[in-house]
Structures are given as C-alpha cells and as structure tokens.
Design a binder for this molecule. Structure first.
Ligand code: ADP
Ligand code: MG
Length: 235
C-alpha cells in the first residue's frame, strides 16, 4: 500500500539547513495499523506530511497504492489526496460555523458527489462513530472526544485507502483517548490501513506495529501484540 525508499528531507532556515529525515525506508501493507513514534522534533509530522502528499521529500521515492508520488502539480496532488488518503489531526480541524454533518460531508463536495448522496454518506459515517444524534450540532457544542469522532467520520467519508492520524489523541484526556483509539481499532478491524503518529507509549501499543524514529532515522520497527483500548477504557 505504502512503500518509501531512502527518503530525505531538510528544511532551509536562512543559511542553515536542518536535515530532518535522513534516509527513511519502510513499507506498509493493506490492513496494517502502524504507530510512528519518536520524541518531539524527531520528524514524525514531516514524515506523515510527505506520506499525506502535503509536502515533498528532497530525495527518495514514495509509492502509494502502486502510484509513484513524484513531481505532482497541486491539482494532481489534491486528486490523489482525496482519492487515497484520510486525515485526522490533533486539533480536529473542523469548520466552526458548519454542523457535524456538514463537516463530514465537506470532502465529498470537493469530489462532486451530489448533495443527497453527500448527506446520506455523512449520516452513515456519523452513525458509525456514534454521533448520529449530534448531526446538526456545531463543533463548539461537542466535547473534544466527539469532535475527534466527527473528524474521523470526515476522514472516512471518501473511503480512503489509508487513514493518516497525527497525534489524534494529543488534545484528549486518557479516558477519551482510549475511546477514540477504540473507534480507530474498530475501523482497522474492518480492514482500513492506518498510520498514527504519537509520542505516547500507551497509544502506540494499541497499534499492531511500532516504528521508532530518532534523529532522522528509523531505529526500530517491529510488530507488537495489540492492546485493545476497550480493555482499559474504564481505568
Ligand atoms: P515531530 O512531529 O516529530 O515533533 P516535526 O516533523 O514537526 O517533528 O519537526 C522536525 C524538525 O523539523 C523540528 O526541529 C522542527 O522544528 C523542524 N521543522 C518542521 N517543520 C519545519 C518547517 N516548515 N520549516 C523549518 N523547520 C521545520
Ligand atoms: Mg508533530
């Protein structure tokens, strides 16, 4: 599903250059649930942004769903993003003046899905995350956990090949984090490929594989026995 080879990325800061990714190699197969771990500043978001076609590497190759992602103009990049990828962020990134339903329906609008189908699909995914009754509510009427569930429904609405989540539980307390992870595990159980950036050990252990980044390289990459969020949601 995802294949990256010898990926490099530097940021130019005036005369100085910061080499953030120094030759990253990995592959992710369909149905995997992978945690990308590392301390703050280790390049996790940089890597996820490249995987999300939001940024480009300086060197190396990235293949997504058998498509080489290289030198794309913004229009084609957006097309691939919409077709292949769903995003979840720490800060939810919901549109404040739109209802939960409208937020979830939004990506479908850009895919020129008809209005009635947009509403039908958005409702389906809101139901899936347990928020059907909250469809007409605005984000500021929802709790943090509910906002993240709306964001997850929005990410799923276009049925992406891969779900990319950057610190999805970073703004949530433990109990709410585990509820959100329980939902993400259920989505993976149904076969969706998921990559989660986190610096929290307990969240990483809810994935099936942990990739550790340090100083721009992968220092470990191993399959782990998945801890089910459900089993510790109530502690
Ligand atoms: P993480 O997500 O692991 O905390 P990031 O990928 O966000 O790390 O950042 C890695 C390093 O690159 C940090 O030192 C950060 O300050 C730097 N960095 C990130 N984005 C930029 C940018 N757009 N311009 C310059 N430096 C950046
Ligand atoms: Mg980050």
């Amino acid at each position: 599903m995802i294949k990256i080879k010898d990926l490099h990325k530097s940021y130019q800061m005036g005369k100085n250059s910061l080499h953030v990714l120094k030759g990253i190699n990995f592959e992710v197969s369909e149905g995997e649930m992978v945690a990308i771990m590392g301390s703050s500043g280790s390049g996790k978001s940089t890597l996820l942004n490249i995987l999300g076609i939001l940024d480009e590497p300086d060197d190396g190759t990235y293949t997504l769903n058998h498509t080489l992602i290289e030198n794309l103009n913004e229009k084609v990049a957006a097309k691939y993003r919409n077709k292949f990828l769903g995003f979840v962020f720490q800060s939810f990134n919901l549109i404040n003046y739109k209802s939960a339903l409208e937020n979830v329906a939004m990506p479908l609008y850009y895919q020129r899905v008809s209005r009635s189908t947009r509403i039908e699909k958005a409702l389906h995914y809101l139901k899936k995350v347990g928020l059907a009754d909250w469809a007409s509510h605005l984000p500021n009427e929802l709790s943090g956990g509910q906002k993240q569930r709306v964001a997850i429904a929005r990410a799923l609405a276009s049925d992406p090949k891969v779900l990319l989540a950057d610190e999805p539980t970073g703004a949530l307390d433990s109990k709410t984090s585990y509820e959100v992870m329980n939902l993400i595990q259920q989505i993976n159980d149904e076969g969706k490929t998921i990559l989660i950036v986190t610096h929290e050990e307990d969240i990483a252990r809810m994935c099936k594989r942990i990739v550790n980044l340090k100083d721009g390289v992968i220092i470990s990459d191993s399959k782990v026995k998945q801890v089910r969020a459900k089993s510790i949601e109530h502690v």
